[in-house]
Design a protein around this ligand. Structure first.
Ligand SMILES: Nc1ncnc2c1ncn2[C@@H]1O[C@H](COP(=O)(O)OP(=O)(O)OP(=O)(O)O)[C@@H](O)[C@H]1O
Length: 291
């Protein structure tokens, strides 16, 4: 994050406990504004809980959270935050046009022309009842509603899940343009790691309710490497985040600490996907990387 920038989201020792246990614990992070942040982790890792707290729909059990330096109310999202949940609650009986008109009445920052443009580019009929749309079409309408609010922070909980490959590309392109041209912060949770790589500037990885990785993608890539080979480990065991076998070879994801001198090992830069999967497989909290 650049000096002097106000973070979109800042948390300190944030924790949320439901009746059956902790969903989020000791979560301290700072998310940059004007960037696309990927939020990844296993099922049940706490991603939706973090988004709910950020949107002000949930109250923390412990710790603090600020969104653009203000504490969310705990009773609803402020106008400058748009949140598309996995359920995408829309009124099934309204047409798409009526849905946009309803949103216009509810939001003072509403941009009708932009919302219509997004619906049109997704080829969703304006006169169709929302309840009759496909899952992917509902996602595109929910996205148009969220972006039509002209938010400073947009949170999307698994927006790609129901989209076909072309719609995924179009949606990710729209999000990237939004962040670059309008300077909005985007927090995007997804299990489709390969597709996130092209658009995300920053990664947060949660595991069992705790932050395991938090940092700019470029830094995370620079601080890790992939090693392929066989024989004695070429690095200290403590630097190995993950190790898998591929044929006769071992493939290691390691922290980058100095040159690898052992012969028989090749080194290359990791993809974001390699790093995220390595930390998801390795549940050892010592493997944590500070931002
Ligand atoms: N309303 C709730 N009441 C009780 N427990 C909940 C509630 N919402 C979530 N949890 C629990 O909190 C934990 C974190 O759930 P959360 O939905 O935040 O995970 P997630 O990372 O978004 O998962 P997924 O990838 O499956 O969407 C899980 O153990 C879940 O069962």
């Amino acid at each position: 994050m650049n000096a002097g920038e106000v973070p979109a989201v800042r948390t300190h020792q944030l924790a949320k406990r439901y009746r059956r246990g902790w969903a989020l614990r000791g979560c301290s992070l700072s998310l940059p504004p004007n960037r696309v942040v990927a939020l990844v982790g296993h099922n049940g890792a706490g991603k939706s809980t973090l988004m709910g707290l950020t949107a002000g729909l949930l109250k923390p059990t412990e710790g603090d959270i600020e969104v653009f330096e203000r504490r969310p109310s705990g009773t609803g999202a402020p106008e400058e935050v748009a949140y598309v949940t996995q359920q995408k609650p829309l009124y099934a009986g309204l047409t798409v046009s009526e849905t946009l008109r309803f949103a216009a009445r509810m939001n003072t920052r509403w941009d009708q022309a932009y919302a219509e443009q997004l619906v049109r580019s997704a080829e969703v009929p304006f006169d169709a009842k929302v309840g009759k749309l496909s899952g992917g079409q509902r996602t595109r309408v929910a996205l148009a509603l969220a972006l039509g609010k002209r938010p400073r922070l947009l949170m999307l909980d698994e927006p790609l899940a129901e989209l076909d490959p072309l719609a995924r590309q179009a949606t990710l392109r729209t999000l990237q343009e939004e962040s670059q041209q309008h300077g909005i912060g985007i927090l995007l949770s997804s299990h489709v790691l390969e597709e996130l790589e092209a658009v995300c500037d920053h990664l947060v990885l949660l595991s069992r309710g705790r932050v395991r990785l938090d940092g700019p993608v470029a830094d995370l890539v620079a601080r890790h490497r992939v090693l392929r080979g066989a024989g004695q480990l070429p690095v200290a065991p403590g630097d190995v985040v993950d190790s898998v076998h591929s044929g006769q070879e071992q493939v290691l994801i390691t922290k980058r600490r100095g040159p690898v001198t052992a012969s028989g090992w090749r080194e290359h830069a990791p993809r974001l996907n390699d790093i995220a999967l390595a930390y998801m497989r390795n549940n050892d909290d010592n493997a944590e990387v500070a931002a």
